[in-house]
Design a binder for this molecule. Sequence first.
Ligand code: ZN
Length: 311
Amino acid sequence: MLDDFQNSQPIVHRILKKAIEKDECSHAYLFETNGYPNYQEFILTFVKALVCPDHHMNNQKECKYCNLVDSGNFPELKVINPDGFWIKKSQLQSLQDEFNKKPIMGNKKVYIINGADKLNKQSANSILKFLEEPDNNIVAILVTDNIYQVLTTIRSRCQIISFKNTKLTFDSSIKCEEKIEKLVYQINEEENKEKILKIIDFVNYYEAHHIDTLLYLSTLWHQYIKTKDETEKSFEVILLYYKDILASKLNRNIYIFNDKINDMHKIAEKNTIEEICNKINIIMELKQNIKYNANLNLLMDKLIINLEGRN
Ligand SMILES: [Zn+2]
């Protein structure tokens, strides 16, 4: 039942349960897994709530619908997984043919597309039509580990559901100071609290001065961040900061940097949602390369150049 997830994912639980109860489900959801380990189980439970005549509200062992979903044999549920690096156009075409038929069991058809970030422009086209002209009988569930890499055309047409990251969450009732404390703990070492603030200063500086930041990297960055390990952790901080900037842009709850709200507003004002997503993406990509990168000076140059879109 959906209620099984009430404690671990209170917000997602509330949104989806309300949608089911009021029969106001969106025609397309984009689930952001956010490192939540039980996302598949949660999504299947949601599917059962959608298709089961009883909305899977009771734990009925004898429900034919729910049992078929569990065994992967429910005729109105199709699951697509990336075939190689991409989701291929042919995979979606067969899906479309399938959905031109009326449902045999119940009144809803559901499709799940895992790895929605693996939809490229060609393959996405075939589902865009559905996303633009939704059919009442069909619910699309897209799932991604990396929402920033999902095509804008898709992302903008889905209701975004972000699972709470159970690895890195901060109770909103605790103060920013304590959150940074926790972050410091994750990044370890005492002196690092000051370092985190330097990293934030660096991002603020970059957002005000752009390419000129290249000239001051030694005083803004290299003076404080010296090893690969530190660089990797610092990138993590930058990512968290940009995610908070995005949250402030979307009027969502700020996770960590509540006391930087003025700086974040300034940055959020100057960047579009797309630009922020793009920056997050660039930072994530570079972060993955840190361990292969022998020269940290070049790496930081590259960060600025890529962020400026001059690569
Ligand atoms: Zn059922």
